[in-house]
Design a protein around this ligand. Sequence first.
Ligand code: OGA
Ligand code: NI
Length: 360
Amino acid sequence: MVSTNNERLAQLKAFDETKTGVKGLVDAGISTVPPIFIHQHNGPPPSKTLNTTISLPTIDLSGIDTNLTRRTETIKSVQEAIDTWGFFQVVNHGIPQSVLDDMLKGVKRFFEDDDEIKKGYYTRDYTKKMIYNSNFDLYSGPATCWRDTFLCVFAPSPPNLDHDLPTSCREILMEYSNQVMKLGKTLFELFSEILGLKPSYLNDIHCSEGLQVLGHYYPACPQPELTMGSPQHADYDFLTILLQDHIGGLQIRHDGQWFDVPPTPGALVINVGDLLQLITNDKFKSVDHRVLANSIGPRISVASFFTTGYHPTTRVYGPIKELVSESDPPRYRKTSVEEYANFFKSKGLDGTSALQHFRL
Ligand code: OGA
Ligand code: NI
Protein backbone atom coordinates (compact mmCIF):
# COMPACT_ATOMS: atom_id res chain seq x y z
CA MET A 1 0.00 0.00 0.00
CA VAL A 2 2.82 2.37 0.97
CA SER A 3 4.55 1.96 -2.34
CA THR A 4 1.24 2.58 -4.15
CA ASN A 5 0.74 5.77 -2.16
CA ASN A 6 4.29 6.87 -2.88
CA GLU A 7 3.77 6.17 -6.53
CA ARG A 8 0.57 8.18 -6.57
CA LEU A 9 2.24 11.06 -4.75
CA ALA A 10 5.09 11.06 -7.26
CA GLN A 11 2.57 11.15 -10.12
CA LEU A 12 0.63 13.98 -8.47
CA LYS A 13 3.82 15.97 -8.03
CA ALA A 14 4.89 15.40 -11.61
CA PHE A 15 1.46 16.52 -12.81
CA ASP A 16 1.50 19.58 -10.51
CA GLU A 17 4.98 20.57 -11.68
CA THR A 18 3.91 20.76 -15.31
CA LYS A 19 1.80 23.81 -14.24
CA THR A 20 -0.35 23.23 -17.29
CA GLY A 21 -3.11 21.21 -15.66
CA VAL A 22 -5.40 18.71 -17.32
CA LYS A 23 -5.49 20.88 -20.43
CA GLY A 24 -1.73 20.32 -20.76
CA LEU A 25 -2.29 16.54 -20.89
CA VAL A 26 -4.98 16.88 -23.51
CA ASP A 27 -2.82 19.27 -25.55
CA ALA A 28 -0.04 16.69 -25.42
CA GLY A 29 -2.43 14.25 -27.09
CA ILE A 30 -3.00 11.63 -24.39
CA SER A 31 -5.62 9.09 -25.37
CA THR A 32 -6.09 7.40 -22.00
CA VAL A 33 -6.78 8.82 -18.56
CA PRO A 34 -3.67 8.64 -16.33
CA PRO A 35 -4.08 6.54 -13.12
CA ILE A 36 -4.27 9.53 -10.72
CA PHE A 37 -7.56 10.57 -12.38
CA ILE A 38 -9.27 7.21 -12.09
CA HIS A 39 -12.12 7.32 -9.59
CA GLN A 40 -12.66 4.10 -7.68
CA HIS A 41 -13.03 5.08 -4.02
CA ASN A 42 -16.84 5.32 -4.25
CA GLY A 43 -17.21 2.66 -6.92
CA PRO A 44 -16.80 3.49 -10.61
CA PRO A 45 -17.88 6.93 -11.85
CA PRO A 46 -21.57 7.23 -12.72
CA SER A 47 -22.81 6.39 -16.15
CA LYS A 48 -23.92 9.29 -18.25
CA THR A 49 -26.92 7.59 -19.77
CA LEU A 50 -29.08 6.69 -16.79
CA ASN A 51 -29.85 10.12 -15.42
CA THR A 52 -33.07 12.00 -14.99
CA THR A 53 -33.22 15.53 -16.25
CA ILE A 54 -35.03 18.17 -14.23
CA SER A 55 -35.80 21.73 -14.89
CA LEU A 56 -34.82 23.54 -11.77
CA PRO A 57 -37.36 26.06 -10.49
CA THR A 58 -36.71 29.18 -12.56
CA ILE A 59 -37.32 32.40 -10.69
CA ASP A 60 -37.89 35.71 -12.41
CA LEU A 61 -36.31 38.51 -10.40
CA SER A 62 -37.76 41.38 -12.43
CA GLY A 63 -39.73 43.98 -10.51
CA ILE A 64 -38.82 42.78 -7.02
CA ASP A 65 -37.45 46.18 -6.00
CA THR A 66 -40.37 48.21 -7.29
CA ASN A 67 -43.44 46.01 -6.93
CA LEU A 68 -44.33 44.64 -3.52
CA THR A 69 -46.65 41.96 -4.88
CA ARG A 70 -43.89 40.71 -7.20
CA ARG A 71 -41.46 40.67 -4.27
CA THR A 72 -43.83 38.67 -2.09
CA GLU A 73 -44.50 36.16 -4.88
CA THR A 74 -40.80 35.85 -5.64
CA ILE A 75 -39.91 35.24 -2.01
CA LYS A 76 -42.51 32.49 -1.88
CA SER A 77 -41.07 30.80 -4.99
CA VAL A 78 -37.51 31.06 -3.67
CA GLN A 79 -38.61 29.57 -0.36
CA GLU A 80 -40.28 26.64 -2.12
CA ALA A 81 -37.23 26.06 -4.29
CA ILE A 82 -34.87 26.12 -1.32
CA ASP A 83 -37.07 23.78 0.70
CA THR A 84 -37.43 21.34 -2.17
CA TRP A 85 -34.13 21.44 -4.03
CA GLY A 86 -31.64 23.73 -2.28
CA PHE A 87 -31.00 24.92 -5.86
CA PHE A 88 -32.82 27.19 -8.28
CA GLN A 89 -32.19 29.28 -11.37
CA VAL A 90 -32.74 33.00 -11.73
CA VAL A 91 -33.61 34.95 -14.86
CA ASN A 92 -34.01 38.71 -15.26
CA HIS A 93 -31.32 38.91 -12.62
CA GLY A 94 -29.95 42.21 -13.88
CA ILE A 95 -26.71 40.89 -15.41
CA PRO A 96 -26.80 41.54 -19.17
CA GLN A 97 -26.47 38.56 -21.49
CA SER A 98 -23.40 40.18 -23.07
CA VAL A 99 -21.65 40.16 -19.68
CA LEU A 100 -22.47 36.46 -19.18
CA ASP A 101 -21.23 35.60 -22.68
CA ASP A 102 -18.07 37.67 -22.29
CA MET A 103 -17.33 36.11 -18.91
CA LEU A 104 -17.46 32.58 -20.34
CA LYS A 105 -15.27 33.72 -23.25
CA GLY A 106 -12.85 35.40 -20.83
CA VAL A 107 -12.39 32.16 -18.85
CA LYS A 108 -11.78 30.27 -22.09
CA ARG A 109 -9.21 32.87 -23.19
CA PHE A 110 -7.37 32.56 -19.88
CA PHE A 111 -7.04 28.78 -20.14
CA GLU A 112 -6.23 28.86 -23.84
CA ASP A 113 -3.58 31.57 -23.45
CA ASP A 114 0.13 30.71 -23.80
CA ASP A 115 1.30 28.20 -21.21
CA GLU A 116 4.11 30.53 -20.16
CA ILE A 117 1.63 33.28 -19.26
CA LYS A 118 -0.65 30.90 -17.35
CA LYS A 119 2.27 29.37 -15.46
CA GLY A 120 2.90 32.78 -13.91
CA TYR A 121 -0.39 32.39 -12.04
CA TYR A 122 0.03 28.71 -11.11
CA THR A 123 0.15 28.41 -7.35
CA ARG A 124 -1.30 26.67 -4.28
CA ASP A 125 -0.76 29.75 -2.13
CA TYR A 126 -4.28 30.79 -1.19
CA THR A 127 -3.15 34.15 0.20
CA LYS A 128 -2.78 35.29 -3.43
CA LYS A 129 -5.47 37.20 -5.32
CA MET A 130 -5.32 35.08 -8.47
CA ILE A 131 -4.74 31.37 -8.02
CA TYR A 132 -4.59 29.08 -11.03
CA ASN A 133 -4.08 25.34 -10.57
CA SER A 134 -5.71 21.99 -11.16
CA ASN A 135 -7.67 20.42 -8.29
CA PHE A 136 -7.38 22.56 -5.13
CA ASP A 137 -7.41 19.27 -3.19
CA LEU A 138 -4.82 17.55 -5.41
CA TYR A 139 -2.85 16.26 -2.40
CA SER A 140 -5.76 15.74 0.01
CA GLY A 141 -8.56 14.36 -2.18
CA PRO A 142 -8.91 10.64 -2.99
CA ALA A 143 -8.81 11.06 -6.78
CA THR A 144 -7.94 13.85 -9.18
CA CYS A 145 -10.62 15.42 -11.37
CA TRP A 146 -10.69 16.30 -15.04
CA ARG A 147 -10.76 20.03 -14.38
CA ASP A 148 -8.52 23.09 -14.19
CA THR A 149 -9.53 26.16 -12.20
CA PHE A 150 -8.60 29.72 -11.40
CA LEU A 151 -9.84 31.43 -8.28
CA CYS A 152 -9.86 35.19 -8.07
CA VAL A 153 -10.55 37.00 -4.81
CA PHE A 154 -12.69 40.13 -5.28
CA ALA A 155 -13.79 40.85 -1.73
CA PRO A 156 -13.21 41.76 1.08
CA SER A 157 -10.46 43.63 -0.78
CA PRO A 158 -10.48 43.96 -4.56
CA PRO A 159 -7.61 42.84 -6.76
CA ASN A 160 -5.46 45.33 -8.60
CA LEU A 161 -6.45 45.22 -12.24
CA ASP A 162 -2.90 45.69 -13.55
CA HIS A 163 -0.87 43.76 -11.00
CA ASP A 164 -3.09 40.86 -10.02
CA LEU A 165 -5.23 39.94 -13.00
CA PRO A 166 -4.35 38.36 -16.35
CA THR A 167 -4.83 40.53 -19.42
CA SER A 168 -6.86 37.74 -21.06
CA CYS A 169 -9.89 38.38 -18.85
CA ARG A 170 -9.23 41.16 -16.33
CA GLU A 171 -11.80 43.71 -17.52
CA ILE A 172 -14.63 41.20 -17.76
CA LEU A 173 -13.68 39.66 -14.40
CA MET A 174 -14.01 43.10 -12.77
CA GLU A 175 -17.32 43.78 -14.50
CA TYR A 176 -18.80 40.36 -13.79
CA SER A 177 -17.73 40.33 -10.14
CA ASN A 178 -19.30 43.75 -9.53
CA GLN A 179 -22.56 42.55 -11.01
CA VAL A 180 -22.48 39.24 -9.16
CA MET A 181 -21.86 41.06 -5.88
CA LYS A 182 -25.02 43.11 -6.45
CA LEU A 183 -27.05 40.01 -7.27
CA GLY A 184 -25.67 38.20 -4.22
CA LYS A 185 -26.73 41.03 -1.93
CA THR A 186 -30.23 40.92 -3.42
CA LEU A 187 -30.42 37.16 -2.85
CA PHE A 188 -29.25 37.53 0.76
CA GLU A 189 -32.06 40.08 1.25
CA LEU A 190 -34.64 37.62 -0.07
CA PHE A 191 -33.16 34.84 2.08
CA SER A 192 -33.31 37.08 5.18
CA GLU A 193 -36.98 37.76 4.53
CA ILE A 194 -37.69 34.05 4.05
CA LEU A 195 -36.12 33.44 7.45
CA GLY A 196 -38.37 36.08 9.03
CA LEU A 197 -35.43 38.41 9.60
CA LYS A 198 -35.14 42.01 8.48
CA PRO A 199 -34.08 42.22 4.82
CA SER A 200 -30.57 43.49 5.55
CA TYR A 201 -29.84 40.84 8.20
CA LEU A 202 -27.60 38.43 6.27
CA ASN A 203 -25.74 41.28 4.58
CA ASP A 204 -25.33 43.01 7.96
CA ILE A 205 -23.70 39.92 9.45
CA HIS A 206 -21.30 40.01 6.47
CA CYS A 207 -22.47 37.00 4.44
CA SER A 208 -21.60 39.06 1.35
CA GLU A 209 -18.31 40.36 2.71
CA GLY A 210 -16.21 37.91 0.71
CA LEU A 211 -16.41 36.98 -2.96
CA GLN A 212 -14.29 34.48 -4.87
CA VAL A 213 -14.89 34.05 -8.59
CA LEU A 214 -13.76 30.66 -9.90
CA GLY A 215 -13.30 29.94 -13.58
CA HIS A 216 -13.50 26.22 -14.32
CA TYR A 217 -12.21 24.59 -17.49
CA TYR A 218 -13.28 20.98 -18.06
CA PRO A 219 -11.30 19.70 -21.07
CA ALA A 220 -12.75 17.03 -23.34
CA CYS A 221 -11.94 13.67 -21.78
CA PRO A 222 -10.83 10.60 -23.77
CA GLN A 223 -12.34 8.17 -21.21
CA PRO A 224 -15.11 10.03 -19.34
CA GLU A 225 -16.38 6.79 -17.81
CA LEU A 226 -13.23 6.57 -15.64
CA THR A 227 -13.14 9.99 -14.03
CA MET A 228 -15.19 12.99 -12.91
CA GLY A 229 -15.25 16.70 -13.71
CA SER A 230 -16.04 17.37 -10.08
CA PRO A 231 -16.93 14.72 -7.50
CA GLN A 232 -19.91 14.80 -5.18
CA HIS A 233 -19.58 17.79 -2.83
CA ALA A 234 -21.45 20.63 -1.17
CA ASP A 235 -20.08 24.19 -1.38
CA TYR A 236 -18.08 25.63 1.52
CA ASP A 237 -19.51 29.14 1.25
CA PHE A 238 -22.73 30.96 2.19
CA LEU A 239 -24.09 31.10 -1.36
CA THR A 240 -22.96 30.16 -4.88
CA ILE A 241 -23.96 31.80 -8.15
CA LEU A 242 -23.05 29.53 -11.07
CA LEU A 243 -22.81 30.46 -14.72
CA GLN A 244 -22.49 27.40 -16.96
CA ASP A 245 -22.03 27.19 -20.71
CA HIS A 246 -24.22 25.16 -23.07
CA ILE A 247 -22.48 21.78 -22.61
CA GLY A 248 -23.99 20.49 -19.36
CA GLY A 249 -22.77 17.85 -16.93
CA LEU A 250 -23.86 19.40 -13.65
CA GLN A 251 -25.97 17.12 -11.48
CA ILE A 252 -27.64 17.66 -8.12
CA ARG A 253 -28.66 15.14 -5.54
CA HIS A 254 -32.29 15.02 -4.51
CA ASP A 255 -34.15 12.28 -2.60
CA GLY A 256 -31.14 10.00 -2.93
CA GLN A 257 -31.07 10.31 -6.72
CA TRP A 258 -28.95 12.33 -9.14
CA PHE A 259 -30.59 14.76 -11.55
CA ASP A 260 -29.08 16.52 -14.55
CA VAL A 261 -29.29 20.28 -14.48
CA PRO A 262 -29.46 21.15 -18.17
CA PRO A 263 -28.07 24.56 -19.13
CA THR A 264 -30.67 27.30 -19.56
CA PRO A 265 -29.43 30.21 -21.69
CA GLY A 266 -29.32 33.46 -19.71
CA ALA A 267 -30.05 31.80 -16.37
CA LEU A 268 -27.77 31.63 -13.35
CA VAL A 269 -27.87 28.64 -11.01
CA ILE A 270 -28.08 29.53 -7.33
CA ASN A 271 -27.34 27.22 -4.44
CA VAL A 272 -27.12 27.39 -0.67
CA GLY A 273 -23.67 26.70 0.76
CA ASP A 274 -22.62 24.92 3.95
CA LEU A 275 -22.10 28.13 5.94
CA LEU A 276 -25.68 29.23 5.27
CA GLN A 277 -26.92 25.83 6.40
CA LEU A 278 -24.84 26.24 9.56
CA ILE A 279 -26.06 29.73 10.47
CA THR A 280 -29.70 28.91 9.64
CA ASN A 281 -29.50 25.84 11.88
CA ASP A 282 -30.54 23.59 8.95
CA LYS A 283 -33.47 25.78 7.83
CA PHE A 284 -31.63 26.08 4.50
CA LYS A 285 -29.85 23.00 3.14
CA SER A 286 -26.55 22.89 1.28
CA VAL A 287 -27.18 20.22 -1.35
CA ASP A 288 -24.63 17.85 -2.87
CA HIS A 289 -23.80 18.22 -6.53
CA ARG A 290 -21.16 17.01 -9.00
CA VAL A 291 -20.02 17.39 -12.60
CA LEU A 292 -19.62 14.41 -14.95
CA ALA A 293 -16.61 14.17 -17.21
CA ASN A 294 -17.48 14.46 -20.89
CA SER A 295 -15.95 13.42 -24.19
CA ILE A 296 -17.09 16.82 -25.47
CA GLY A 297 -15.34 19.92 -24.35
CA PRO A 298 -14.03 22.15 -23.08
CA ARG A 299 -16.94 22.94 -20.77
CA ILE A 300 -16.63 26.31 -19.07
CA SER A 301 -18.32 27.40 -15.88
CA VAL A 302 -17.93 30.30 -13.49
CA ALA A 303 -18.73 29.68 -9.83
CA SER A 304 -19.00 32.75 -7.62
CA PHE A 305 -18.56 31.86 -3.95
CA PHE A 306 -19.75 34.22 -1.26
CA THR A 307 -17.11 33.61 1.37
CA THR A 308 -13.98 35.26 2.70
CA GLY A 309 -12.46 31.80 2.32
CA TYR A 310 -8.91 31.42 3.60
CA HIS A 311 -8.67 35.15 4.39
CA PRO A 312 -7.83 35.49 8.11
CA THR A 313 -10.71 36.90 10.13
CA THR A 314 -11.77 37.03 13.76
CA ARG A 315 -15.48 36.90 12.99
CA VAL A 316 -17.25 33.85 14.35
CA TYR A 317 -20.43 32.22 13.00
CA GLY A 318 -22.89 29.90 14.67
CA PRO A 319 -26.63 29.33 14.31
CA ILE A 320 -28.40 32.74 14.27
CA LYS A 321 -29.95 33.40 17.67
CA GLU A 322 -33.33 34.41 16.21
CA LEU A 323 -33.50 31.00 14.52
CA VAL A 324 -32.90 28.82 17.54
CA SER A 325 -35.11 28.16 20.51
CA GLU A 326 -35.42 25.80 23.43
CA SER A 327 -37.23 23.32 21.22
CA ASP A 328 -34.81 23.87 18.33
CA PRO A 329 -31.40 24.36 19.96
CA PRO A 330 -28.20 25.11 18.01
CA ARG A 331 -27.11 22.13 15.93
CA TYR A 332 -23.63 23.45 15.13
CA ARG A 333 -20.72 24.80 17.08
CA LYS A 334 -19.34 28.20 16.28
CA THR A 335 -16.58 28.50 13.73
CA SER A 336 -14.86 31.08 11.58
CA VAL A 337 -15.10 31.16 7.80
CA GLU A 338 -11.34 30.63 7.66
CA GLU A 339 -11.48 27.57 9.93
CA TYR A 340 -14.28 26.14 7.80
CA ALA A 341 -12.36 26.76 4.57
CA ASN A 342 -9.19 25.19 5.89
CA PHE A 343 -11.02 22.14 7.16
CA PHE A 344 -12.82 21.75 3.82
CA LYS A 345 -9.57 21.94 1.86
CA SER A 346 -7.68 19.59 4.16
CA LYS A 347 -10.44 17.00 3.91
CA GLY A 348 -10.62 17.27 0.12
CA LEU A 349 -13.62 16.31 -2.00
CA ASP A 350 -13.94 12.80 -0.59
CA GLY A 351 -17.72 12.56 -0.88
CA THR A 352 -18.39 13.21 2.80
CA SER A 353 -19.93 16.33 4.32
CA ALA A 354 -17.60 18.90 5.90
CA LEU A 355 -20.55 20.33 7.82
CA GLN A 356 -20.89 17.17 9.92
CA HIS A 357 -17.55 17.98 11.53
CA PHE A 358 -19.11 21.11 13.07
CA ARG A 359 -22.31 19.45 14.23
CA LEU A 360 -22.95 19.39 17.97
C1 OGA B 1 -18.18 24.34 -7.78
C2 OGA B 1 -19.13 23.60 -8.65
C3 OGA B 1 -20.10 23.26 -10.81
C4 OGA B 1 -19.82 23.52 -12.25
O1 OGA B 1 -17.38 25.12 -8.31
O2 OGA B 1 -18.26 24.13 -6.56
O3 OGA B 1 -19.87 22.81 -8.15
O4 OGA B 1 -20.75 23.35 -13.04
N1 OGA B 1 -19.13 23.85 -9.96
O5 OGA B 1 -18.70 23.86 -12.58
NI1 NI C 1 -19.96 23.14 -6.04
